[in-house]
Design a protein around this ligand. Structure first.
Ligand code: ADP
Ligand code: AMP
Length: 218
């Protein structure tokens, strides 16, 4: 069985897009904390209410809430792709401990390297299927019909936090709080690989599949 993988990268780097591809081709389970939080908000849960103001401002939701939410997702078959988690060093430490408690190996991390200047255009043109989390881009990866999901035929939406002021804030937060994880995974067990996330979706997928060594898993 392939091991658990952390997709590490700035908002807009392409983590969700690649997670979808790996899930379909190799049967990983995808745990996206952003998708889970949006689902909690849509369902009006206590966690959803607690997370709302942080998400609207582009801040991180407190570690304790996130770790508790992820703990509930760890049971189940197969290797997991963590998308958008961990985002802080305490979250990474907690994930290592939670996996060790369950007798699983430590996850490896893939860093999506891309310059900040490319990210704003990706986020401003992003359209999402809120039912499945599938993402498109109006120019770089458009659906067959604008505003409509290719798969379920339902409407696509733009995220409320994909607007210029909130994007700038989220990119600052990434730099300050999440970038230290690159060193964390390199220094604690040599678990980091890097892909160049500036290429096409297919190009990044190719690098990623090679980097995590699943190309012969099928
Ligand atoms: P993340 O999950 O890292 O925030 P997404 O996967 O949602 O990023 O991608 C952000 C936006 O960029 C989406 O609109 C997506 O369609 C687009 N995108 C993803 N990968 C690429 C790529 N390799 N080239 C161009 N656009 C991309
Ligand atoms: P994303 O969909 O990954 O871009 O996440 C959207 C928002 O959800 C972020 O801006 C944060 O407010 C919150 N969020 C998602 N994942 C995490 C996490 N691991 N830690 C803290 N906040 C998170």
């Amino acid at each position: 069985m392939p091991g658990d993988i952390v997709l590490l990268g700035a908002p807009g780097a392409g983590k969700g897009t690649q997670a979808q591809i790996l899930r379909q081709r190799f049967g990983y389970r995808q745990v996206s904390t952003g998708d889970l939080l949006r689902e909690h908000r849509a369902n009006g849960t206590e966690l959803g209410k607690a997370a709302e103001s942080f998400m609207q401002r582009g801040d991180l939701v407190p570690d304790s809430l996130i770790i508790k939410m992820v703990e509930g997702e760890l049971e189940g078959p197969g290797a997991v792709l963590f998308d958008g988690f961990p985002r802080t060093v305490p979250q990474a430490q907690a994930l290592d401990a939670l996996l060790a408690d369950r007798g699983r190996g430590l996850p490896r991390a893939v860093y999506f390297a891309i310059e900040r200047a490319a990210l704003e255009a990706r986020l401003l043109g992003r359209w999402t299927n809120p039912r499945t989390g599938r993402v498109y881009h109006e120019t770089f990866n458009p659906p067959r019909v604008a505003g409509i999901d290719d798969e379920d035929g339902g409407p696509l939406v733009q995220r409320e936090d994909d607007k210029p002021e909130t994007i700038a804030k989220r990119l600052d937060v990434f730099q300050a709080q999440t970038m230290p994880l690159v060193a964390y995974y390199a220094e604690h067990g040599d678990r980091l690989v890097t892909v160049d996330a500036t290429g096409s979706v297919e190009d990044v997928a190719h690098q990623l599949i090679h980097a995590i060594g699943v190309e012969h898993a099928h």
